[in-house]
Design a protein around this ligand. Structure first.
Ligand SMILES: CC(C)=CCC/C(C)=C/CC/C(C)=C/CC/C(C)=C/CC/C(C)=C/CC/C(C)=C/CC/C(C)=C/COP(=O)(O)OP(=O)(O)O
Ligand SMILES: O=P(O)(O)OC[C@@H](O)CO
Ligand SMILES: [Mg+2]
Length: 233
């Protein structure tokens, strides 16, 4: 299992309810992985509950850590966001320092995958929580992408438009400046057409809210990505 080959990922929010039947469809959909994460009300109880339910299936499962108290063993990977466009150091490296003080001795570093987030929707919860500076120009975003790849050498640069569909032109320009860092795109994918458009550009697309809003469309994004490649960029 290697996250570097993933093209489609579903993000499940531990704070939201999902039926067993819907969860089965998501886990057996052919998606490359299930990412468990959210920006608020993430507790150890709801993470453990969702992990146990997803573990019935063979799909890889990742915890995207947003709260230290909800970290628990049993995941294939731990994705750790650092918000590059926040000027509050807590969200860049502060909580990370605290968590490494707590778990540094027992950590399997191979399972820990840092993600350089650039949050671009000013109205999403994650932007509000982390005080992200979202009034950015394309040049600002390109600089964050280059910083992720060449300065911090992060394996993932995540363009986060959570809740709204992003600018495909910007995503394309960012993709063109990245060689080794993988570009994740997430936000507002609510149809197979949008999944196709973004997966023709980004390395990996993340589908979140749609799971809870329109499960049929969510399922259709998997096939749409399977039919799309991003080789011609
Ligand atoms: C015991 C054991 C197994 C230990 C394993 C070792 C391990 C993994 C230790 C943890 C190490 C570590 C460095 C942890 C980091 C701790 C931490 C809390 C870091 C801060 C992360 C961060 C910047 C969070 C801010 C919020 C954010 C960017 C979340 C990402 C997910 C996201 C944007 C979800 C979307 O949110 P949603 O709820 O859907 O809201 P909207 O739809 O409104 O956007
Ligand atoms: O919920 P949506 O808008 O699909 O966004 C997916 C993901 O990027 C959220 O962190
Ligand atoms: Mg969400």
């Amino acid at each position: 299992m290697d996250f570097q080959t993933w093209r489609h990922v579903f993000k499940l929010d531990p704070a939201k309810a999902i039926s067993d039947e819907q969860l089965e469809r998501i886990c057996e959909s052919g998606t490359d992985a299930i990412l468990i994460g959210g920006s608020d009300n993430v507790t150890l109880d709801n993470v453990l509950d969702l992990m146990a339910r997803v573990r019935r299936y063979t799909v890889p499962v990742v915890l995207e850590v947003s709260a230290i108290e909800a970290v628990t063993p049993g995941f294939d990977y731990y994705f750790i966001p650092t918000v590059l466009n926040s000027d509050n150091p807590l969200w860049v490296k502060g909580l990370h320092h605290e968590a490494i003080r707590e778990y540094g001795d027992i950590m399997d570093w191979e399972e820990l995958i840092p993600e350089g987030y650039c949050i671009l929707n000013p109205n999403c919860k994650a932007a509000e929580l982390t005080q992200a500076k979202t009034d950015l120009t394309l040049d600002d975003v390109l600089a964050y992408a280059r910083m992720a790849e060449h300065f911090f050498r992060l394996p993932i640069f995540y363009m986060e438009y959570s809740g709204t569909y992003g600018d495909a032109g910007w995503v394309r320009d960012v993709r063109r400046v990245l060689d080794n860092t993988r570009l994740f795109y997430g936000g507002g994918i609510d149809s197979p057409e949008k999944a196709k458009e973004m997966s023709a550009i980004a390395d990996t697309i993340v589908v979140g809210n749609l799971i809870y809003e329109n499960i049929e469309n969510a399922m259709a994004t998997v096939q749409a990505v399977a039919e799309t490649d991003n080789k011609s960029l």
